[in-house]
Design a binder for this molecule. Structure first.
Ligand SMILES: Cc1cc2nc3c(=O)[nH]c(=O)nc-3n(C[C@H](O)[C@H](O)[C@H](O)COP(=O)(O)OP(=O)(O)OC[C@H]3O[C@@H](n4cnc5c(N)ncnc54)[C@H](O)[C@@H]3O)c2cc1C
Length: 328
């Protein structure tokens, strides 16, 4: 599988990157670790005319504590860098669990935070070689008018399978997006359209500069649970991220978020302070949240395991995530 031809740029700083994006944005792809992009290029799912390599833009790398104790994680920070950071391990253990669950060490060494968040949606019938795909009608994701996964489906159901986004959304993280001459900061959940065909709500000339994590709070507990076929490597079939801030005596959940992945075309917020705010912690309450996850999960048959099983596992993993978070 050869790479298609493209023009290649390797800027050294953010202004030059934004300049290149301003000129070539619509036909350009940003290359970070390449573990998502290069596979899609080799499978001829995308053929960008221009590839802009980010690896020499040192400013985009690293984890920096800010004045208000929040943390800025540059988009080019590798997943391994997060695993090696004592701040992430000690102060954001839920995030550490989510990063550790991504794929396998060789991909964590290459893969970056930005690439992880902006990764494309996937489908068993789409993420295949060009030759394989020729055996099926052209699907919505590839520009056609059928869904090969959902019989009679009227739109693309390709699934978002990132592991970091659910945990970062549960942590109320924000992302910084920049284009030539301006920059904006938005809650991470606003980066996702929830649509399989065009999952990322970002203009073609925008660069994801980094992620802002709220200052750590000793009363906030988080947990990430993931179902996958092979523990050694695979994308999530369901992922559940939960974060909650407890009262001083640990008996009440003051605020919290429950976010799922791999059960829709974007990260799915199953609870945002509706069941979690001010709730007395009890088995009943855990069951209510597990039920909310079950209802919010809308898997379709576009991976190897059946949707009904994955939907049930959203309930099981939510129960497990809450219990484990509360155990510690
Ligand atoms: C076998 C295999 C298993 C995998 N398993 C998992 C898994 O379990 N969980 C998981 O979450 N992921 C998984 N992945 C996907 C991928 O490896 C990771 O998500 C990785 O973190 C992507 O980062 P990257 O830097 O390699 O992205 P790249 O491939 O470089 O980029 C991905 C996308 O993001 C865009 N992009 C990159 N950086 C920026 C930026 N700064 N601003 C704007 N756009 C940007 C690129 O243009 C591209 O469209 C797997 C991949 C493979 C091949």
């Amino acid at each position: 599988m050869k790479l298609p031809e493209f023009e290649y740029f390797s800027p050294r700083d953010i202004p030059s990157t934004l300049e290149l994006l301003a000129i070539h944005g619509a036909q350009a792809a940003l290359l970070a670790g390449g573990t998502d992009l290069l596979v899609r290029m080799k499978q001829q799912l995308v053929s960008p005319g221009v590839v802009i390599n980010l690896k020499d833009v040192e400013e985009l790398r690293g984890i920096k504590k800010q004045k208000d104790n929040s943390l800025f994680i540059g988009s080019l920070t590798r997943l391994t860098d997060l695993l090696e950071s004592s701040v992430i391990r000690k102060k954001y253990p839920g995030l550490y669990q989510a990063v550790e669950a991504v794929s396998a060490p060789p991909l964590q060494n290459m893969g970056t935070v930005g690439g992880n968040l902006v990764q494309e949606t996937r489908c068993l019938y789409y993420n295949q070689t060009a030759m394989w795909r020729r055996s099926k009608p052209v699907c919505f994701k590839a520009g056609g008018s059928v869904c090969n996964a959902v019989k009679g489906g009227k739109h693309c159901f390709a699934m978002y399978q990132g592991d970091l986004a659910p945990m970062l959304i549960a942590l109320s993280a924000q992302v910084v997006l920049s284009r030539k001459g301006e920059s904006r900061t938005i809650p991470l959940e606003e980066l996702y359209t929830g649509k399989g065909k065009m999952p990322i709500k970002k203009d073609a000339d925008e660069l994801l500069e980094g992620v802002i994590l709220p200052a750590p709070d000793k009363n906030t507990i988080c947990r990430y649970e993931k179902l996958r076929i092979r523990q050694a490597l695979d994308y999530p079939l369901v992922g559940v991220a939960v974060c909650m801030t407890l009262s001083g005596d640990g008996k009440v959940c003051e605020t919290g978020r429950l976010v799922l992945t791999a059960v829709g075309s974007g990260p799915v917020i199953a609870d945002d302070n509706k069941l979690m705010k001010g709730a007395k912690i009890s088995e009943d309450w855990i069951e209510k949240l597990a039920e909310a996850a079950y209802k919010a999960a809308k898997p379709v048959p576009n991976v190897l395991t059946p949707p009904a099983y994955r939907k049930r596992m959203a309930r099981v993993l939510t129960r497990r995530a809450l219990n484990k978070a509360l155990e510690n």
